[in-house]
Design a binder for this molecule. Sequence first.
Ligand SMILES: [Zn+2]
Length: 177
Amino acid sequence: MAAIRSRNTKPEWVVRRWLWHRGFRYRLNDRRLSGHPDLVLRKYRTCVFVNGCFWHGHRVGETSERLGEGGGQMFDLESSVCCKIPHTNRPFWVAKIRRNRERDQQTLERLREMGWHTVTIWECELKGAQCEATLTALVNTLREIGLRERPAPKPYEYDDYYDFELPVAAEDKKSYT
Ligand SMILES: [Zn+2]
């Protein structure tokens, strides 16, 4: 994915600036992790992906399978508001975007298996009036995760707090889809 996710694109900058000014610290494009997440917040065990709507096929419909030429299976994608699949050379774009979506899915699964929380922010969610709500939600999510990820107190310290929530599994992540 690194090849198509260019560095320092504007949507990513918006997210970074917002988090930085609120005291969150992160590592960029950590190569040790699957999919080289755009932002890695180690303290929160969270990877944040800022996805371009076109390349990552945001909200596209995966339509029913059809029979392609020669009897093979073919899957199509339906354009969405923020991901318009070009008419020219359409099969190429469909295949490419499908591949990217599959890879994204695999990346998220792999990270969650490793105990990371994952958050995906879409380019269109950072536009205009939506932007602040998206970023506020991101900060809230990180704070929630931060509370859960705090090391549990030693047993003798929480005799009176048996109803405390136990840390929640990593797959209970927040995804902005
Ligand atoms: Zn979008």
